[in-house]
Ligand binder design. Structure first.
Ligand code: CA
Ligand code: CA
Length: 206
């Protein structure tokens, strides 16, 4: 009986007032004072946002980084066998690979991995082996009208399987070592013999 209880009306009033106060404080109770709690939540949110932002930026950067094409084969101007650069657009002729001049934007046509042990370090499509297998030329030197192998195996032999002389060439047995079975038409009727039978001077029409 000595225990004091608030009167009903007072009890309700007092309790309601206490609940309101406790409720307001209760939201912040787990992390201390209200101001501290808000600042901490803001800090945590900011850190989470920063981490998410960094992850997103890293993902975008990785996605935008140029990746080397799995297949480097391409066809360069004048139908020459070519090497595809990392930009997947630039196609440099095979014989421009490992010539000590950077032709791809990032120099991937001159990288050590490609040029370190020629011709073995080159992709097979860039290489043509002459009749003497110790000799090789670049694939775009096959059937280009010039005697690159030295024995014309890149031009006239069945190994090369070249088409007949193109419209810019004149078919004959050349006098000069540099040609095999065709001479450029621009050499026709220039006053200099290029074919054994002189057809370049007396038959050929430029
Ligand atoms: Ca080059
Ligand atoms: Ca050739």
């Amino acid at each position: 009986m000595n225990k004091t209880h608030p009167q009903r009306n007072g009890d309700v009033t007092t309790f309601a007032s206490t609940e309101s106060f406790s409720g307001e404080r209760g939201r912040c109770h787990p992390c201390g004072a209200r101001t501290g709690c808000t600042q901490r939540h803001l800090c945590i949110s900011a850190v989470v946002l920063l981490v998410l932002g960094a992850a997103l930026a890293s993902g975008l950067a990785l996605a935008l980084l140029p990746r080397a094409p799995a297949n480097r084969f391409c066809t360069a101007p004048n139908n020459r066998t070519g090497f595809l650069c990392d930009d997947r657009v630039t196609c440099v002729p095979a014989s421009w690979v490992c010539d000590s001049i950077s032709n791809c934007r990032n120099g991937e046509d001159e990288q050590e991995q490609l040029c370190g042990d020629l011709p073995h370090s080159l992709p097979g499509f860039l290489v043509f082996y002459c009749s003497d297998r110790r000799s090789w030329v670049y694939a775009d030197q096959r059937c280009n009208g010039m005697n690159d192998c030295g024995d014309c195996s890149d031009e006239t032999w069945s190994l090369a399987a070249c088409p007949p002389c193109g419209q810019d060439w004149w078919s004959c047995s050349p006098v000069h070592f540099q040609f095999c079975s065709c001479v450029p038409r621009r050499l026709c009727r220039d006053g200099v013999q290029h074919c054994l039978g002189w057809s370049d001077e007396f038959v050929c029409t430029a």
